[in-house]
Design a protein around this ligand. Structure first.
Ligand SMILES: Nc1nc2c(ncn2[C@@H]2O[C@H](COP(=O)(O)OP(=O)(O)O)[C@@H](O)[C@H]2O)c(=O)[nH]1
Ligand SMILES: [Mg+2]
Length: 306
């Protein structure tokens, strides 16, 4: 099986890798991760995102497996993004984590590959931990890990599964970075949404939320099930009945509420919920946004065809 993007999640046992995956991609609530059992060797998950096939490899972090990976460098082959996870609640393990990451960088060098590297200083929260110690640990972690990635395309993030929306944005940005120039469009859409007096959710047709201004419509990257089903159904109509790349669906209730769903280039959907008629200013801004999203979809499709 070939993935268009391979993300490898690595770190010592218990640092939170499987939780990161579960909360960002698999609609799990943060609390539900407390029952996760240790990952054996490694697990692969697939996640469609903006038409890419994303493969997420979760490498179990216990010692026996770490040894096994070192002897089988090929399982890391093709990693585009290496996410190194450090447990901020367990500073005594920093040195051991560093040794593991150094081994992994060596192994990628032997594979003649240079992935983009992200360091997640993870569990940046005071759930089951003393708040006062966190920032000391962050400082200590930065000192421990700062030098080792300097030859890499590298970024550091403070992460927590208890900041689910933030975490989803971090992964969204990581995935979007595989498309040139898309980040700016997303940032622009984010600021446009603040100025339109309607609820708007921009997602891909697989239900990954890119930008929204409505609370509680997503769990990690994933759009709420009922809306996902609706978009899915509309997308089927687009494909099988309209037989066109793009289309628009509208609906109205008796008391004046309205929805619009725009699908652009079979990949981007913009869902608009209005409590009544929009005023001129919001309407103009919405039209600008829709036009931008149309271009955004064009950019994605042309990137696929390259
Ligand atoms: N406080 C806190 N706990 C976390 C976080 N992420 C994971 N955990 C907890 O850490 C434990 C180990 O997580 P798990 O994902 O199994 O670690 P893995 O061995 O790296 O896959 C679980 O009890 C999780 O609930 C986090 O961001 N904050
Ligand atoms: Mg695990």
């Amino acid at each position: 099986m070939k993935f268009t993007i391979k993300i490898s999640l690595v770190g010592l046992g218990g640092c939170g890798k499987t939780s990161l995956y579960s909360v960002a991609f698999a609609e799990k609530k943060p609390e539900e991760t407390k029952k996760l059992s240790p990952t054996i060797l490694y697990e692969t998950r697939r996640h469609p995102f903006l038409g890419l096939q994303v493969g997420i490899f979760d490498f179990g972090g216990q010692e026996q497996y770490r040894k096994e990976y070192m002897e089988k460098p090929e399982i890391f082959r093709g990693t585009d993004i290496l996410i190194c996870v450090v447990d901020l609640h367990d500073p005594d393990t920093f040195d051991q984590a560093k040794e593991y990451f150094e081994g992994l960088l060596d192994l990628h060098r032997k594979n003649n590959e240079k992935p983009k590297v992200l360091l997640f200083l993870h569990k940046y929260d005071s759930e089951d931990y003393q708040k006062e110690l966190l920032d000391t640990n962050v400082k200590h972690a930065k000192e421990t890990f700062s030098d080792m990635f300097k030859d890499y395309d590298f970024d550091l993030k403070l992460t927590s599964i208890y900041q689910q929306d933030e975490l989803a944005k971090i992964f969204r940005d990581i995935l979007i970075s595989s498309y040139k120039d898309l980040k700016k469009s997303v940032e622009k859409a984010e600021s446009q949404l603040e100025e339109i007096k309607a609820k708007i959710i921009i997602s891909d047709v697989s239900g990954n939320v890119l930008v929204h201004n409505v609370q509680g419509v997503s769990s990690g990257l994933t759009l709420r099930g009922d809306l996902r089903d609706f978009i899915d159904a509309c997308n089927t109509v687009r494909e099988n009945i309209f037989m066109s790349d793009s289309c628009r669906f509208t609906g109205q209730s008796e008391d004046g509420k309205g929805i619009e769903l725009h699908i652009f280039k079979y990949i981007i959907s913009v869902f608009v919920m209005k409590s009544g008629e929009l005023e001129r200013e919001s309407l103009d801004k919405l039209n600008v946004l829709l036009n931008d999203m149309k271009l955004f979809a064009d950019l994605i499709i042309s990137a696929h065809n390259d």
